[in-house]
Design a protein around this ligand. Sequence first.
Ligand code: SAM
Length: 297
Amino acid sequence: MPDRPLPGEPANLPPLREVIARHGLGARKALGQHFLLDLNLTRRIARAAPEIDTGTVVEVGPGPGGLTRALLSEGAHHVIAVEKDRRCLEALRELADLYPERLEVVEGDALTLPLAEIGTAPRQIVSNLPYNISTALLIGWLTALASNPAAFSAFTLMFQKEVAQRLTAEPRSRHYGRLTIITQWLCEVRTLFDIPPRAFTPPPKVTSTVVALRPRKAPLAAAELKSLERVTAAAFGQRRKMLRQSLKPLFARCEETLSDAGIDPTARAEALSVEQFCCLARLLSRSEGEAKNPPGA
Ligand code: SAM
């Protein structure tokens, strides 16, 4: 790929590799740094993000700014780039100078910053995620969505393929689990495309997958997040066991509760739909509410 300004980029934009060399941005493993320098691929990710010309695009982990450049040249109205690695900040500030009022650089830890409140709505996240914290980040954003469905309008995220398979898994498949349930409860999830290790500097050991998550207007079925987390943790924590066994610690009359809910007590966690897990979460919330405030007390 030619590393020179493309249509939509300022003429004086320095090549990305030069920026990396000038600022000494050798990749650090501890920060999950695998830089994507292929302009075709960064553009492809930026194009997959919907309506970037309005609201705020939060980019987590811009690193030297490859994907950031693509977002800006594809017309992002306002990008807030959150980076933990101080070494990258100067390079990102230089980029911000070339895109006045369109790029804001924030130094910080995406795990602790309240990204659901940053910038103006509609707010979406686009990121080539640091793999070591990708699920922790996603769970944090989903938790924010559970209490405020308008917190985020979209996510366009790159995960390691195995995590992407968990997000999009179907019941009765190997990858179906807790993360599948919580994610699909709140979002429609679609696999977009894979990126091979060789596209990154340095190459990771695994293939990556870009995934589109679109928050639903309302969750797939009523449930409290806490109860849903507890039910899925118990069920998938012992995924080879029958539900009448794995859910015993949560329900006093487990087998009866499952049968009354129309769920086969001898089924295993992987056989249940998201809606069925929501039903169990509601029953758990109710039984615990009753335990605290017994009827007629
Ligand atoms: N966006 C760049 C690209 O596509 O080439 C870099 C992606 S690299 C996989 C992940 C980036 O996330 C790195 O720049 C790393 O420093 C940053 N990062 C790691 N942990 C972070 C955290 N807790 N908060 C914010 N950024 C973080």
